[in-house]
Design a protein around this ligand. Structure first.
Ligand code: NAD
Ligand code: UD1
Length: 338
């Protein structure tokens, strides 16, 4: 058995896929999740798929005593992978305090616990949202930071907290800036299970499944080849593997601060995504053009070459894999984990 890894938010979408890869790679996994946006069932399926067990604590990372208890019970935590956060941009604009409370206070509490218990390695879930509207694409890690909403600000702040804390305490800090995570595990057993699908692919998937009537394409008058926004979609299994690579690297030898873009490095437009879903599902999928959604940037594509080189990692799943795995999960479990 390899080292023990504490995964916050491990029952969630990206967390559950990462727990699966960690178990498959022989790591011991301890999950802390308050189940505010997840079901315990995701981890039951991870255990079934891997034939291995993990430890689960239903604890809120803002609950100091609860978290302390986990660090006491689970001795020898070698590293933390920190997913736990609220992530709906619109909601963060409506209710910033709730977002800062959860994402900042929770993370600070976690960092304090790490300091108290001598845990000095952390992999942090950041987002391409920290680049705001990038001046050039594909965007590199040293581009100007400029988030445009409270969710994004919470990611920028936590990156800074980790940089400052890591520097003075000799931590190994890996900041992973995800572009647009999509897809599901190839088995169709675990996937994204949103209460309401704000993101494009889960929405299209629910329209294909007949749960919603039509897809609204938010704007077709952008300065892009077909007028719709372009995003760098990345398969969740590729993302999960990048976390394992990051851990392998910092557990092998001290690295200090590492910052990586995690994307496929190529973009697809909204229309291309809808078209791909039509092709793969064989269904019509009604789509209508609606006005632009406020806050959307025309093009967001990342340059993943630093992660490709340093982590010896590359996004292996293509567009068809992203769409077909989403569709498999949707048809196998139309009501998600419910
Ligand atoms: P998710 O909501 O599925 O997972 C987050 C998990 O954290 C959930 O299981 C939730 O119950 C848990 N959680 C939230 N607040 C908590 C708290 N205070 N204490 C304990 N558990 C808590 O989201 P996800 O898509 O898996 O995202 C994981 C991370 O990646 C988040 O930090 C998110 O901001 C970041 N991220 C996600 C995307 C995306 O599109 N999915 C893009 C960029 C970055
Ligand atoms: C959004 C967030 C981002 C977050 C990411 C994952 C904003 C501005 N950005 O990214 O911070 O990290 O989700 O949670 O909210 N679209 C439609 N119709 C739909 C849904 C989306 O046309 O029903 C379009 C959007 O306008 C966008 C593209 O599809 O151009 C992708 O949208 P989405 O999946 O929501 O991701 P982002 O907006 O890129």
């Amino acid at each position: 058995m390899k080292e023990k890894i504490l995964v916050t938010g491990g029952a969630g979408y990206i967390g559950s896929h990462t727990c699966l890869e960690l178990l498959n790679e022989g790591y011991e996994v301890v999950v802390v999740d308050n189940l505010s946006n997840a079901s315990r069932e995701s981890l039951a399926r991870v255990e079934k798929l891997t034939g291995k067990t993990l430890s689960f604590y239903e604890v809120d990372i803002m609950d100091r005593a609860g978290l302390a208890d986990v660090f006491h019970k689970e001795k020898n935590i070698a590293a933390v992978v920190h997913f736990a956060a609220k992530k709906a941009v619109g909601e963060s604009v409506e209710n910033p305090l709730e977002y800062y409370q959860n994402n900042i206070t929770g993370s600070l509490c976690l960092c304090e616990m790490m300091l108290e218990h001598g845990v000095s390695r952390i992999v942090f879930s950041s987002s391409s949202t920290v680049y705001g509207s990038p001046e050039t694409v594909p965007v590199q890690e040293n581009a100007r930071i400029g988030a445009t909403n409270p969710y994004g600000h919470s990611k920028v702040m936590m990156e800074q907290v980790l940089m400052d804390t890591g520097k003075v305490n000799d931590w190994d800090v890996v900041i992973l800036r995800y572009f647009n995570p999509v897809g599901a595990h190839d088995s169709g057993e675990i996937g994204e299970d949103p209460e309401y699908p704000f993101n494009l692919l889960p929405y299209v998937s629910q329209v294909a499944a007949g749960l919603r009537e039509q897809v609204a394409i938010f704007g077709d008058d952008y300065e892009t080849p077909d007028g719709t926004c372009i995003r760098d979609y990345i398969h969740v299994v590729d993302l999960a593997k990048a976390h394992v690579r990051s851990l392998d690297k910092i557990l092998q030898k001290p690295q200090g601060l590492l910052v990586y873009n995690l994307g496929a490095g190529r973009g697809y437009s909204v229309k291309e995504m809808v078209e791909a879903f039509r092709r793969i599902s064989g269904l019509e999928i009604k789509a209508v053009i609606e006005p632009r959604r406020s806050g959307d940037v025309p093009v967001s594509v990342g340059d993943p070459s630093k992660a490709n080189k340093d982590l010896e990692w590359i996004a292996e799943h293509d567009l068809d894999d992203m769409v077909s795995s989403t569709w498999k999960w949707q048809t196998k479990y139309p009501r998600g984990y419910r």
